[in-house]
Design a protein around this ligand. Structure first.
Ligand SMILES: NC(=O)c1ccc[n+]([C@@H]2O[C@H](COP(=O)([O-])OP(=O)(O)OC[C@H]3O[C@@H](n4cnc5c(N)ncnc54)[C@H](OP(=O)(O)O)[C@@H]3O)[C@@H](O)[C@H]2O)c1
Length: 177
C-alpha cells in the first residue's frame, strides 16, 4: 500500500495562486520546481480541487487524476480526469479517502492543490515537498495559503537555486509515526 504525500509551493508572503495560474510564472528557477514535482509525483495518484485541475495544460503522464468539486471540469486541453468526486461536501475525511485510494491503486497518493486541500493534507501527510519562491516585494495573487504553525515532519533534504530575487528552495519533510 502506498503512502500519502503533499506537494505545494508558496511565495514568502503565502502567495499560492493567481488568476488560475501560479504567482511566480516566469521565475528563472521554476523549471527546477517542475522537475522536482515531476519526480515526487511520478506514477502516483494525484488528488486536487477542480480549479487546480482546470489550471493544468493537460493530464500529467503516468499519474491517475482524482478531482474534487461539483462540476466535472477539464484540463486546459479538454482532457477529463480519471475520476471525479462530485458530492459537493467539503467535510469528507480526506485522510481516509486518500488512504483508501492508496490501498485500491497500490500507489502513493499526492495532494497537489488547491490551498484548502493542501492545508488539510499537511495534518497527516507522510511526506511533503514544499517549494518557496523568494520575492521581497511579493507576487500578485488571489489565493494565499498561510502556512505556520503546521508541523510537516522532519526535514530530510533541502535544494536551493539562485540568489536574491531569483532565489527559491525546495524542502522535503518526512513525518515520524
Ligand atoms: N502554489 C501551489 O502549490 C499550487 C498548487 C495547485 C494550484 N495552485 C493554484 O491555486 C489556484 C487554484 O487553487 P484553489 O485553492 O483556488 O482551488 P482548488 O482547491 O483547486 O479548487 C477549489 C474547489 O475544489 C473543490 N474542493 C476543494 N476542497 C474540497 C473538499 N475538501 N471536498 C470537496 N471538494 C473540495 C470545491 O469545489 P465545489 O465548490 O464545486 O464543491 C472548491 O470550490 C490556481 O491559481 C492554481 O494555479 C497553486
Amino acid at each position: 500500500m502506498g503512502i500519502i504525500k503533499v506537494a505545494f509551493a508558496t511565495g514568502i508572503f503565502s502567495e499560492f495562486g493567481n488568476k488560475g495560474s501560479l504567482p511566480w510564472q516566469g521565475h528563472p528557477h521554476q523549471k527546477e520546481d517542475f522537475i522536482a514535482f515531476k519526480a515526487f509525483t511520478k506514477d502516483c495518484v494525484i488528488v486536487m480541487g477542480k480549479h487546480t485541475f482546470a489550471s493544468l495544460p493537460c493530464k500529467l503522464p503516468t499519474r491517475i487524476h482524482y478531482v474534487l468539486g461539483r462540476e466535472k471540469v477539464t484540463a486546459k486541453n479538454g482532457a477529463v480526469a480519471d475520476a471525479y468526486l462530485t458530492t459537493g461536501s467539503h467535510d469528507i475525511d480526506l485522510e481516509s479517502f486518500c488512504r483508501s485510494l492508496a490501498k485500491h491503486h497500490d500507489k502513493d497518493v499526492v495532494i497537489i492543490g488547491g490551498a484548502s486541500l493542501v492545508r488539510k493534507g499537511l495534518d497527516f501527510a507522510d511526506e511533503t515537498m514544499y517549494t518557496q519562491f523568494h520575492n521581497r516585494t511579493g507576487y500578485k495573487h488571489d489565493v494565499s495559503m498561510p502556512l505556520l504553525p503546521k508541523y510537516m515532519g522532519e526535514v530530510t533534504a533541502i535544494e536551493s537555486h539562485g540568489e536574491n530575487e531569483s532565489y527559491m528552495n525546495i524542502t522535503y519533510y518526512r513525518r515520524k509515526r
